[in-house]
Write a new protein. Structure first.
Length: 480
């Protein structure tokens, strides 16, 4: 009977004289199966798409039987993103500790449940709660997909796999715009949420069949409920202050209290992370200049992108007179750079400084150009500004994602992917909140005047971030 094959760990060490000659070149491990990559990217696209899809339904929601106030409309858009951003890091830690595939399937289930609650909503509060529940599901989905991808992809194939993942996240916003526009033109707003229920179920079935189980992290991070509450509460308080400021006034006691509470809770979160034996997130990881720069760059890029998504649908419908479907399709130029550029940018992953800095500058330039658009501006001119923003996003996103994920050790893959996606969603939430607040504050100037003010503010923030990120990538990493 032949003896079973032994692994290298079972084989006794040989002396140098008896060792066989090493092969000239060992074959590299294969990339992940195409079906696995497609399913993971589809989950990312759907989760990210729901951030943007609601923007196309804002006019329909505002005139619906729900009768939401302007601040309730902003909360409807941002509730999903707040839950998404606030729970991403603990969700990544949950996947590392109990299994990433299980976290992915649980996230798809929560996502579908939240969509059903939203579809059945009879008052704005129920719609907002359903959006938040779906956002919690998305928080489980996103870090699980990236950490699974990192675990099953050999090192040599990771830049291309990460480029595909980043492309899916970017295209999710565009798919949401197109899908939301089509539904807004031909169906009631509830259809957006009913469509998500069977779609999430199909993705869960596909993930169960095609996605391999990865090993749980040997040094799994703590779930840290105290840190989770402090982080989520701090983000919620800051966004409350931004969103509610047009209604109550920037200097009102309620708004100043919200900003103060947010600052205190974030400071307590940092202090807790420094003192706790098993924190959710150790702030000392930001000793790495590369990680700081990549996190800021990720947040800034999505701050700009989702600010544009929020004003784009209303600009095209209110100023250009487009229907919801045409408004959704009119953003297609944003897909061109996001589709074509990431594969090229993956080749320059070893030179993140010019790639990231240049990409953010292009985003800021495109936003400044888009801020000049009025109802009389030809669509072709507006589309050129969208192309510039698209090229900048496609250029910088793969390098930013790679920088965040590779700055942390392998056992913190879920934490790294959660941090990367959290930066995206915090940027998106702030972008929507700042843009919506600026539009409300400039109501007397007409929509075009408010849009110009909002996008100029956002563009200047992105351009300033480009300078800070470029400087951060130029600093030396601290010695271990």
């Amino acid at each position: 009977m032949p003896s079973p094959a032994r692994t290298p760990a079972d084989t006794p060490a040989r002396t140098p004289t008896s060792a066989p000659p090493a092969p000239a070149s060992a074959p590299s491990p294969p990339p992940p199966r195409r079906s696995t990559l497609l399913v993971l990217c589809a989950c990312v696209l759907v989760a990210q798409g729901m951030v943007a899809a609601i923007n196309l339904l804002v006019p329909q929601l505002s005139s619906s039987a729900l009768h939401p106030s302007p601040s309730q409309l902003l909360w409807t858009v941002d509730a999903y993103v707040i839950a998404f951003a606030g729970l991403l890091i603990p969700a990544g830690a949950l996947g590392d500790r109990y299994g990433r595939k299980g976290a992915l399937l649980a996230g798809l289930g929560l996502f579908a449940a939240g969509a059903a609650v939203s579809a059945l909503a009879a008052v704005p509060a129920t719609l907002i709660a359903g959006r938040a529940l779906s956002g919690a599901g998305a928080a489980l989905i996103m870090p699980a997909t990236l950490s699974i991808l990192m675990r099953v992809t050999p090192l040599a194939h990771r830049p291309r796999a990460l480029a595909s993942w980043a492309l899916s996240a970017g295209l999710g916003g565009l798919a949401g715009n197109i899908g939301g526009g089509l539904i807004g033109s031909y169906l009631p707003w509830q259809a957006l949420f009913w469509v998500m229920v069977p779609l999430a179920a199909l993705l869960a079935l596909a993930a169960a069949l095609t996605t391999p189980r990865t090993d749980k992290a040997v040094e799994a991070p703590s779930l840290d409920p105290v840190g989770t509450l402090l982080l989520t509460g701090g983000l919620l308080a800051l966004l409350f202050g931004i969103i509610e400021s047009p209604l109550h006034g920037w200097t009102s006691a309620r708004i100043l209290t919200a900003f103060a509470a947010g600052a205190v809770l974030i400071a307590l979160f940092v202090r807790h992370g420094l003192r706790s034996r098993a924190p959710l997130f150790d702030p000392r990881v930001f000793a790495s200049p590369q990680l700081r720069a990549a996190t800021l760059g990720t947040a800034a890029s999505f701050f700009g992108l989702f600010s544009l998504f929020y004003v784009n649908s209303q600009f095209l419908q209110y100023e250009k007179g487009y229907g919801a479907a045409r408004a959704g399709l009119a953003i297609i130029p944003l897909t061109i750079g996001m589709v074509l550029i990431p594969r090229l940018a993956a080749r320059w992953a070893g030179r993140p400084r010019p790639v990231v800095g240049g990409g953010l500058l292009l985003i800021g330039t495109g936003l400044l150009g888009a801020s000049t658009a009025t109802g009389a501006t030809p669509y072709a001119v507006y589309a050129c500004w969208l192309l510039i923003i698209s090229a900048g996003t496609g250029l910088c996103m793969p390098a930013l994602t790679m920088s965040v994920v590779t700055s942390l050790p392998p056992h913190q893959a879920g934490l790294g992917s959660g941090l990367s996606t959290s930066a995206r969603e915090v940027g998106a939430a702030l972008g929507v909140a700042v843009t919506g607040t600026t539009l409300a504050s400039h109501g007397g100037d007409g929509f075009a005047g408010g849009m110009e003010a909002a996008l100029r503010i956002v563009a200047l923030v992105v351009i300033a971030s480009a300078g800070l990120v470029t400087l951060g990538y130029g600093k030396r990493e601290p010695r271990a």
